[in-house]
Write a protein that binds this ligand. Structure first.
Ligand code: HEC
Length: 406
């Protein structure tokens, strides 16, 4: 007994030494605990690797950048609320894994025809390069010259893959009954056991530029399950990570099929710092992503309402002259960083908001395109030059965000 007590004491004091310097992480930071190994092929919500990692709440805001060309969709989303998600993170070597839990009143699995039914789903984004925390990629799937790796996962019906190439989308059982009718019948039992989930990794420099990563450089695994009792999704994803320092910016997205969510219509978090436990560096990134705006929001509001709402929508009441004139700013404070907002005001062409179909709205081009060089110049003129005005405007823009769904 004495010996056991003694060894316990030794163990405790060793533990105290190991944790003598507690990892103090400011709020808004997700800590990824270090684990022995992560098995990509069998990532699961119940794995014991999650036991040592504490959930952190993050908020995901409705992305209201581009007005949908869809009456029903617009009606459902006109007053979309922000959503909370609980995130746990673990890492091992060059793999990081996230567990996400979020509420969703309905379980929407993509049905027969993708044009009239949408799936619940989620995504992670990690910039390819994040050495300058003030110049992170555009939050909506990257931008020209600032690529991100995007993992997209969706709840879809059991799929049939005669060729086994994982090109699920072109082989969806429900779509392919005619083409593979015979095979389908033969393999009905096997199909029933197949995955009901879609998961792909892309490299992206802006929505509409997604290119699937097929060279094996990104290894990953995913699983998502809906609990009909608690009305919650729990999803896990493990993916490759090449971390240059102790903190990585990650953004999360959630699609709600019942709200006609698809593409850029989703709930989106801002860049969130993920601290890799036991790895040094990354302080500048954490400081940047947890900093509070230093300007005067009231003064900023006066300026924004005088200078910006002729083009931008900032709220339900402040409507720009056309919904296609410029990106909607209703939720801009929820999914962008202060540095990005300051850059957008000072130097609008530094990042051209991607994904807008310029040809569909000839009178509202968003940017000029130099046919020779391919260079894009924003139609938004640089608006402010002095730091005080910019800081004030940023402080106000950071307040533009929907309330969180109860
Ligand atoms: C002449 C119309 C016009 C005016 C006035 C204007 N903007 Fe813009 N703004 C645009 C356009 C078009 C874009 C999209 C192209 C781009 O990325 O520059 C944009 C993009 C932005 C973005 C990026 C939005 C996103 O979703 O990432 C922000 C932030 C922004 N503007 C803020 C402002 C602020 C603040 C003002 C006033 C101080 C302002 N704008 C005035 C046209 C305008």
């Amino acid at each position: 007994m004495r010996n056991i007590t003694k060894s316990l004491l030794v163990a405790t004091s060793l533990a105290t030494v190991a944790f003598a310097k507690p990892i103090v992480t400011p709020s808004g930071v997700i800590t990824a605990s270090k684990v022995g190994s992560i098995n990509l092929a069998s990532v699961s919500t119940s794995s014991s690797m999650w036991s040592g990692s504490k959930p952190t709440s993050i908020v995901l805001y409705p992305q209201t950048t581009i007005k949908l060309n869809d009456k029903k969709g617009n009606a459902v989303n006109s007053d979309a609320k922000a959503k909370m998600a609980q995130i746990q993170a673990v890492y091992s070597g060059s793999t990081i894994a996230f567990k996400l839990t979020w509420s969703d009143a309905t379980n929407n699995t993509m049905a027969k025809n993708a044009s009239d039914a949408y799936a619940d789903g989620f995504a992670t984004q990690i910039p390819v390069n994040y050495s300058d925390p003030k110049k992170l990629p555009y939050i909506g799937m990257g931008s020209d010259g600032r690529p991100v790796v995007v993992h997209i996962a969706k709840s879809i019906p059991a799929y049939f893959e005669p060729n086994g190439n994982k090109d699920v989308a072109s082989q969806l059982a429900t779509n392919m009954v005619n083409a593979f009718g015979e095979d389908l019948k033969k393999n009905r039992a096997a199909i029933a056991k197949l995955s009901k989930q879609y998961h792909k990794a892309f490299i992206s420099e802006g929505f509409r530029s997604l290119t699937e990563i097929k060279d094996g450089s990104d290894k990953s695994g995913m699983s998502m399950t809906y609990d009909a009792k608690t009305k919650k999704w729990t999803a896990v994803i493990a993916q490759s990570l090449s971390a240059s320092s102790g903190a990585v910016p990650v953004a999360f997205a959630i699609w709600d099929g019942s709200k006609y969510n698809r593409g850029g219509v989703k709930n989106l978090s801002s860049w969130t710092a993920v601290k890799l436990q036991g790895k040094s560096g990354g302080e500048a990134l954490i400081a940047e992503l947890t900093s509070k705006p230093k300007g005067d929001a009231k003064a900023g509001q006066v300026q924004v309402e005088a200078m910006c709402v002729s083009c931008h929508t900032t709220s339900a009441t402040k409507v720009a002259s056309s919904p296609y004139m410029a990106p909607g700013l209703k939720n801009i404070g929820g999914y962008t960083t202060s540095a990005y907002l300051a850059e957008s005001i000072k130097d609008p062409s530094a990042v051209i908001v991607p994904g807008y179909n310029r040809n569909a709205h000839k009178n509202f081009k968003w940017y000029e395109l130099d046919a020779k060089t391919g260079k894009r110049t924003s139609t938004m003129p640089p608006m402010m030059t002095d730091d005080k005005s910019i800081n004030d405007a940023v402080a106000y823009l950071k307040t533009l965000k929907a309330e969180v769904e109860k």
